[in-house]
Design a protein around this ligand. Sequence first.
Ligand code: CMP
Length: 139
Amino acid sequence: AIQRTFSIIKPDATRRNLTGAINAKIEAAGLRIVAQKRIHMTPAQAGQFYAVHKERPFYGELCEFMASAPVVVQVLEGENAIAKYREVMGATDPAAADAGTIRKEFALSKGENSVHGSDAPETAAEEIAYFFAGIELVG
Ligand code: CMP
């Protein structure tokens, strides 16, 4: 089925001018970028986004990192978009990611791993609603 997923191009990637290269991989996979904007989060905004990871040892570091530079937040649409984007991203740890994936090519570490993608339809809907109004999604 046609789905929407939520994506973030993270600070390590925007700092290195990789937005276009990452978008090229997204589009080559058949995913359409139906909304996109560049924002600079506060640590509190990043903390709310990642609230599900509050108890993890890396939570503080994760929130500081996500607020350390601008990010590009996106909504991607396509057949099986959630699973497809996770394939295009590759494993969380770039050392474990498959060849050709965004994280294999661009990520620096488990934390500075260039992109985020939703893991399920419910989280995709929540994450999209956190950053975008319906009127901003343009199929
Ligand atoms: P993301 O998909 O954005 O969701 C949670 C993030 O936590 C994950 O990507 C990683 O960037 C980050 N993360 C996971 N494991 C670690 C770790 N061991 N150290 C730092 N950050 C991590």
